[in-house]
Design a protein. Structure first.
Length: 448
């Protein structure tokens, strides 16, 4: 413990304190001095305004002092408050446990027991208008931070494995949620967490249960339920710490606080806002009877639609089968077969006509060829003379090729004869000229 008093210069036995206080291991303070110095420091605060929630009121008849406990709604911190009994009687609104108040007082340290308290001289209950104003300011702050953004809302599972339920012990809201949910689906499972739903201890207990349920992997949805009440009663569900904890949850949260007109800020932060606890039970689990009826209705409609489709397709098929081309598919083939037969006759007639014409042409050419051939020439009295003693037989076209003694083969129309030249006789020039112009046999070349 240190003090602002200075130690004498040259004192080197100060045990680790940089300030020169005159207090050290060789010069310790007695407890009375410590408490007195603490009281002096606390008295320097003077009068201060303090806001909180009254959690305990102790009026002792015949005494001049009443004791209260003032608690911070957002934290588990409290302070003892003392005041005159007359002050509690003069307040416009009676001060009871759970009241939100603003107090004017002076911190007082009781040196005998080493305790601190707040001696108040004025108590002002916070009215509904002030509470609503503070809730509205908090609403604007959270909205600016995006905690109400619909894109952050998580969807509910169709069939949750386990439903976490935070509500008052044996409360009507708890019974409504569980009974309605079990009536809709008998296999639903609940993990129930009892917690105060109003007063100074509500928020810490709800926060602890919320963190516990959110960390459980078996919990698929969390329901926070409470019946209706006044603005003061529902104030814990507009607490900033609770709202931020709900926004940070990874498990979907359903707010089922109060009745339809009640609108705490938890409704805006939660993923689903239920008008009542009963409405929350209807949202968290499906109605098995209604679902089975829906399935039966869909099966009936599906069967009816399928039958209609089959009948419609049967009519289409019947219409197609009634068409001539499908009623008697061979009609088209029979009609085309007559055309094919007619075309075959035409082709045969044309081919026969062409063959006959070509045959007559061949006969005509053959006749002309026979007329112009060497056989017909030989038949008219001409002869072909070939020399056979001079290598290969060859046709003789001049007397120069037939010297005396040359052996010849003379071919006529009906055969051939061998001959030998005894005395070649060249023809005069006139006869040569005549022979050339008349194609005499001696000048005409013939095949072998």
């Amino acid at each position: 413990m240190t003090s602002a008093n200075a130690t004498p210069p040259g004192n080197s036995r100060d045990s680790g304190n940089s300030q020169d206080t005159g207090n050290n291991a060789d010069n310790p303070w007695p407890v009375r001095t410590v408490n007195r110095k603490i009281a002096e420091w606390i008295n320097r605060l003077g009068q201060i305004w303090v806001e909180g929630q009254v959690t305990q009121v102790s009026r002792r008849p015949g005494t001049r002092t009443s004791f209260l406990t003032l608690r911070d709604p957002a934290a588990d911190i409290s302070i003892t408050v003392t005041c005159s009994p007359d002050l509690l009687m003069r307040t416009e609104v009676p001060v009871t446990e759970g009241s939100h108040v603003v107090m004017l007082g002076r911190p007082d340290f009781y040196a005998g027991r080493g305790t601190i308290s707040l001696r108040v001289t004025d108590i002002r209950p916070i009215g509904v208008g002030q509470l609503l104003l503070r809730i509205e300011r908090l609403k604007q702050l959270l909205a600016a931070e995006g905690l109400f953004d619909p894109r952050l809302k998580r969807s509910l599972p169709f069939l949750p494995r386990t439903v976490g339920l935070i509500s008052g012990r044996a409360s009507a809201a708890q019974r409504d949620v569980m009974s309605v949910a079990q009536a809709r689906w008998t296999q639903v499972r609940f993990a129930v967490r009892d917690a105060p739903v109003q007063g100074p201890t509500a928020v810490p207990r709800i926060l602890a249960h919320l963190a516990d349920l959110d960390a459980d992997p078996e919990i698929d949805v969390i329901v926070i339920a409470r019946g209706g009440g006044s603005v003061e009663d529902l104030l814990p569900f507009s607490d900033e710490a609770l709202l931020r904890a709900v926004a940070a949850c990874t498990t979907p949260v359903i707010s089922a606080i109060g009745h339809e007109p009640d609108n705490p800020l938890l409704d805006l932060v939660a993923d689903i806002r239920a008008a009542t606890p009963t409405d929350a039970a209807k949202r968290v689990v499906p109605d098995v009877t209604a679902e089975l009826a829906g399935i039966a209705e869909m099966r009936r409609r599906s069967a009816h639609a399928l039958r209609n489709w089959v009948h419609r397709e049967e009519r289409v098929i019947a219409g197609l089968r009634a068409r001539p081309v499908l009623a008697n598919p061979f009609t088209m083939i029979d009609r085309r077969s007559d055309d094919v037969e007619r075309m075959r006759r035409d082709i045969r007639r044309d081919v026969s006509r062409m063959v006959d014409a070509e045959q007559r042409r061949v006969e005509h050419l053959s006749a002309r060829l026979s007329t112009l051939g060497p056989a017909q020439t030989l038949a008219r009295g001409y002869a072909v003379v070939q020399r056979v003693d001079d290598g290969e037989p060859h046709v003789v076209t001049s007397t120069d090729q037939m010297p005396a003694g040359a052996r010849l083969r003379i071919r006529v129309g009906d055969g051939a004869a061998a001959a030998e030249v005894t005395s070649p006789q060249p023809a005069p020039d006139a006869e040569k000229h005549t022979a050339k112009s008349t194609d005499t046999p001696s000048t005409k070349r013939s095949t072998k």
